[in-house]
Design a binder for this molecule. Structure first.
Ligand SMILES: NC(=O)c1ccc[n+]([C@@H]2O[C@H](COP(=O)([O-])OP(=O)(O)OC[C@H]3O[C@@H](n4cnc5c(N)ncnc54)[C@H](OP(=O)(O)O)[C@@H]3O)[C@@H](O)[C@H]2O)c1
Length: 344
């Protein structure tokens, strides 16, 4: 029997924390439940994965949904409905804080986590000249070191048990650079390289690693980035660059989101499929419309094909970009679409 309880004494936990949603301070999960810990569940994809798993018809999971600010729990609690406090528990966790990560993991009974889903992430968009190094470091602190911190804390117990699954919410931008998303893309590339390396060692310990690679998803991520962009003044960027960003890139980006965006539910269903697979894949694109884009990179190892195609799509076709994507999709060999995991 797996039990979630408060850690009373004797280990690194300080200060004690009570899982929200626990009845009498202790959550019991019946035998056979897999313990899933998810980061960044206050909104978007993390919230939806937490609810999808906690509401599993066969009740196979006990979800520890974490967020850095428990004051933001209402949306999750409402979406979870009657499973809150049963198959779904809440804990505070800031992936940028060593202490918060350790306290959270120590407050799980026996530190036993079967599946870790690293979902928390932040975006950053705009001309490089107008972004401070501090803001860039903040993105890496969350998207890269946040995941590394979580894996470092959870991995030793998984290795000891010779079982576990580490899932990372990467992005298509972890595989293909996207103009004006330079630093965000770099943080996801870093994550891909890190996980590709870790996966080999961890396989020896029967611990699996999987990347989930969505294209655009309609969440607060998109809204937050657009709000940030609206406030931007682009200090240091020349007029041409600002014009390309505002008048060429942004309209295309909005167009792509509208034409190709998935829902958080789609991504949650794909993630559930990945963790339920008997031999989970390492890479999992969730949006088949993006397979041609990724394929460009593998079709020409010099990189010329993808760089030139993106240049032409952005500067020569602009608003027609999504139509071009559809044509590309038709032109691409169907065998390449095996890279995609379908939500259905
Ligand atoms: N939306 C997309 O188009 C898209 C596409 C591909 C990949 N992704 C990836 O999907 C993941 C989830 O994004 P989303 O679209 O669901 O966006 P979202 O709705 O903005 O959710 C991001 C979550 O991460 C949390 N978070 C940020 N910094 C954190 C920290 N230091 N510690 C703990 N939690 C933190 C946020 O918490 P607060 O509420 O406290 O800020 C929020 O719960 C991200 O890794 C993102 O890179 C998104």
């Amino acid at each position: 029997m797996i039990r979630f309880s408060l850690v009373k004494s004797g280990n690194r936990s300080k200060p004690e924390q009570r899982p929200s949603g626990a009845q009498s301070g202790e959550i019991m999960a019946s035998s056979g439940h897999k313990v899933v810990l998810i980061t960044g569940c206050s909104s978007g994809i993390g919230l939806r994965i937490a609810v999808t798993l906690a509401r599993d018809e066969k009740k196979r999971y006990h979800v520890i949904a974490t967020m850095r600010d428990l004051k933001k729990k209402d949306k999750l609690v409402e979406a979870a409905g009657d499973v809150f406090g049963k198959t779904l528990t809440l804990l505070p966790l800031d992936v940028c804080s060593d202490e918060s990560v350790q306290t959270c993991i120590n407050s799980v009974k026996d530190r036993h986590i079967d599946i870790l889903i690293n979902n928390a992430g932040v975006g950053l968009l705009g001309p490089l000249e107008s972004i401070s190094i501090e803001d860039m470091k903040r993105v890496f602190e969350t998207n890269f070191f946040g995941v590394v911190r979580m894996i470092k804390e959870v991995m030793p117990d998984m290795k000891k048990r010779r079982s576990g699954h580490i899932v990372v919410m990467s992005s298509v931008m972890g595989l293909q650079g996207v103009v004006f998303n330079d630093v965000y893309t770099a943080s996801k590339f870093a994550m891909e390289g890190f996980c590709e390396s870790m996966a080999v060692q961890l396989m020896k310990f029967n611990v699996r690693v999987s990347m989930i690679e969505p294209g655009p998803v309609h969440t607060e991520f998109e809204t937050k980035m657009m709000d940030d962009v609206a406030k931007m003044e682009y200090p240091g960027a020349d007029a041409d660059t600002v014009r390309y960003f505002k008048d060429v890139y942004l309209p295309s980006s909005i167009d792509i989101f509208e034409a190709m965006g998935q829902t958080p539910e789609d991504v949650a269903k794909c993630t559930k499929k990945v963790i339920e697979s008997s031999s989970p894949r390492f890479r999992n694109l969730t949006n088949s419309l993006y397979t041609p884009i990724v394929a460009l990179k593998y079709a020409d190892e010099t990189g010329g094909l993808s760089v030139n195609t993106f240049y032409n799509l952005l500067f020569n076709f602009g608003p027609l970009m999504h139509i071009t994507m559809s044509i590309l999709k038709c032109l691409t060999c169907s065998c390449l679409r095996r890279r995609t995991i379908s939500p259905n």
